[in-house]
Design a protein around this ligand. Sequence first.
Ligand SMILES: Cc1ncc(COP(=O)(O)O)c(C=O)c1O
Length: 384
Amino acid sequence: MTDRRVFLQIPGPTNIPPRILQAMNRPLVNHRGPEFEALMKECLSGLKRVYKTESDVVIFPGSGSGGLEAAIVNTLSPGDKVLSVRHGVFSERFGDIAAAHGADVEKIEAEWGRAVDPAQVLDRLEKDAHGSIKAVLLSHNETSTCVINNVEAIGRGMAELKHPALLMVDAVSSLAMADLQTDAWNIDIVISASQKGLMLPPGLAILSFSEKAWEAYKTAKMARWFWDIKRMADAQKQGRVPYTIPTSLLFGLREALTMIEAEGLENVFTRHTRLARGVRAAAREMGLEVLPPEEEASPTVTGVKIPAGIEWTSLNAALLEKGVVMGGGLAKLQGRIFRLGHMGWIFETELTGILATLESSLAGLGYKVEAGSAVKGFKRSAVI
Ligand SMILES: Cc1ncc(COP(=O)(O)O)c(C=O)c1O
């Protein structure tokens, strides 16, 4: 490939804005000094606004999976019963981490490519009259199947039922892109990571932690040291860290939060919603099938079924040649779908080109498509 701009349209890590790259490209500071203290405090207060929470937000060095593990080991004990809502690779991973630490995992399965029906979760909790279920593990946005869940209905429903279980939500691929109201929706722990909506390189796992989660922490017996959230939260409230954190990413995070606030968080959500709607319309206009139904489709990543006669490896190669990187299907969806990420720093102009490139790549592989249909579908539906 010639040295050209590459469009990283996988569902994270995402394209990093030059402003953020510049903010990170500077000498480090002492992570036990006053400059770091101010930086950490600014990051935490900005994150609380994005999380829509008054509770603690804690930043760990690590990836999203580490954040999922931190949520579990800080609140549960071996043998605790948890409800794992599963309909894709990442929601399964959350439950599998709990099982690896000795939790008694009860599964609620939904079809891959569909959102979970909130009633399925709430009915199960209603039957649990003695409160034996200690936690509900749920993905907000299941990145592998490109589906978004109605977390609000589950969170509000659990509060109505007065069920004592903690609600833990994996928002790795939705935070700062889709509305998520940690406090208003009664979510105890929201887990996210740096490399998606926050437009940063990978390397930070971020968790919110409610009062109820802190109560659970007091009796939780799962082994932890690195992931001990109290040690980290206590230090971070003072603008310190108990061990080294990627300081450069915090410089980037502060810049990302400034960018999000300048655009307006709600405007960021609207941009993602509209662009995603446009991408789905473009796919349909090209005669392709989107995996989830329209009302369950993710605003951050679109899953499209690969048409008969086309191999993902050939489509991927054709796209790469033109500088566009998309994601393939994972696990049982491998070779059956491709995933176009539209996360973070992405606007109409780039997507217009990317969709036109997708169309020409498909046409080059023999797929019958009317020239211009991708952009036509996109423009019709992604009105910004
Ligand atoms: C919804 C979701 N959860 C968890 C993860 C795992 O995050 P990481 O790869 O940073 O460990 C991902 C990664 O794509 C994800 O999309």
